[in-house]
Design a protein around this ligand. Structure first.
Ligand code: ATP
Ligand code: MG
Length: 329
């Protein structure tokens, strides 16, 4: 069956509701239908020069949360990027075939380097998309579930694959973006004009899955709603209300129109109560599973070691093939 690959960058302590609905849950639903590889992009994280203790902590928590969120280590290959040396080996080869001009046109690099300034912009930030290309191409992935912000990087990956195949013969599967039947973006509870995000949201705007359920319920109660009192799905004029409807529908697995109709007779208080309830049903078992895994570091180690071994079985075949084609002995 076709292969799917995605990597999650461990940038925070807790996944938020947007990560879960927009990524993790979608990934989990692809298990069974595809051969799934899910990684933790710890090498990518280095370009932010995190404190080592913080990085270790986040990586472990990310692994636990991926499993708690539905990634089954029996059905998927779950691994740390740094445990598979082929990623950096292929990256070097690909970087020698990536035009400096093309890499310079990556808008994410331009944005981030502008924000950081040239003194604190490192070379790793610049070559990030080449490492991402290696991440994907190593596994001969057909489909890559990506957010909108990674589209240009995936285009670069496809480009590299096509060019390499043209020059050295069939080597890489050319990956397609997998656009998930999206719940759309979950927006910030306090500022519904921005997406819920680790870096941009205020703490009260962000539903963190590892927060105490009480804290989460309070955030939902204090969510910004819109003027008027009608409960209708209208993201343009009622972004706050529409966001809560989206969350309820996504977590119940029904469509938003049905939820809007059901709640139409009530007030904003009822809407928030319904949202708090479905979120509670998600986070209570999610937290329990995450903390149980974190309480058993040996088991988590075993899962990741096994994942790295299975990942390397696939990755090394591609890496060896590439090195041989390039003339390395
Ligand atoms: P940052 O602010 O650091 O970019 P983030 O909160 O946007 O962090 P990412 O790590 O960039 O989180 O996101 C990982 C994945 O989670 C994205 O590719 C996307 O699929 C999903 N995602 C993130 N935020 C949302 C959101 N608000 N709604 C839906 N999906 C989201
Ligand atoms: Mg983001």
């Amino acid at each position: 069956s076709e292969r799917v690959l995605s990597l999650f960058q461990p940038t925070g302590d807790s996944f938020h509701l947007g990560n879960y609905l927009g990524a993790l849950r979608q990934w989990a639903s692809m298990q069974g239908e595809y051969e799934t590889f899910f990684g933790i992009a710890d090498l990518h994280s280095l370009n932010e020069q995190p404190d080592p203790e913080v990085l270790r902590h986040r990586v472990v928590r990310s692994a636990a949360q991926m499993i708690a969120g539905g990634i089954d280590p029996e059905r998927s290959v779950l691994f740390l990027q740094s445990a598979v040396p082929e990623h950096t080996q292929l990256m070097w080869a690909l970087s020698c075939y990536t035009g400096f001009g093309q890499a310079s046109r990556m808008t994410q690099f331009k944005d981030k380097s502008e924000r950081r300034g040239s003194e604190t912009t490192n070379v790793g930030l610049f070559t990030y998309p080449v490492l991402m290309a290696a991440d994907i191409l190593l596994y001969q992935a057909h489909k890559v579930p990506v957010g909108e912000d990674q589209r240009q990087h995936l285009e670069l990956t496809r480009d590299l694959a096509v060019r390499f195949n043209g020059r050295y013969g069939q080597t890489f599967v050319v990956p397609e973006p997998h656009i998930v039947k999206s719940v759309g973006r979950i927006v910030d509870l306090q500022d519904p004009t921005i997406k819920m995000s680790k870096s941009a949201s205020s703490p009260t705007g962000l539903i963190e899955l590892l927060d105490e359920p009480k804290v989460t319920a309070k955030k939902i109660r204090s969510a910004v709603t819109d003027s008027g009192r009608e409960i209708v799905y209208d993201p343009e004029n009622k972004p706050g209300v529409s966001n809560l409807l989206t969350i309820i529908a996504a977590l119940r697995g029904t469509d938003v129109a049905a939820v809007a109709e059901e709640l139409a007779g009530g007030g904003y208080g009822d809407l928030k109560k319904a949202a708090a309830q479905v979120v509670d049903e998600l986070v209570v078992p999610f937290r329990a599973r995450t903390f149980a895994l974190l309480d058993d570091p040996a088991e988590l180690q075993r899962i990741l070691a096994r994942g790295a071994e299975r990942a390397r079985e696939v990755a090394s075949v591609t890496q060896v093939d590439v090195y041989r084609k390039l003339g390395l002995l």
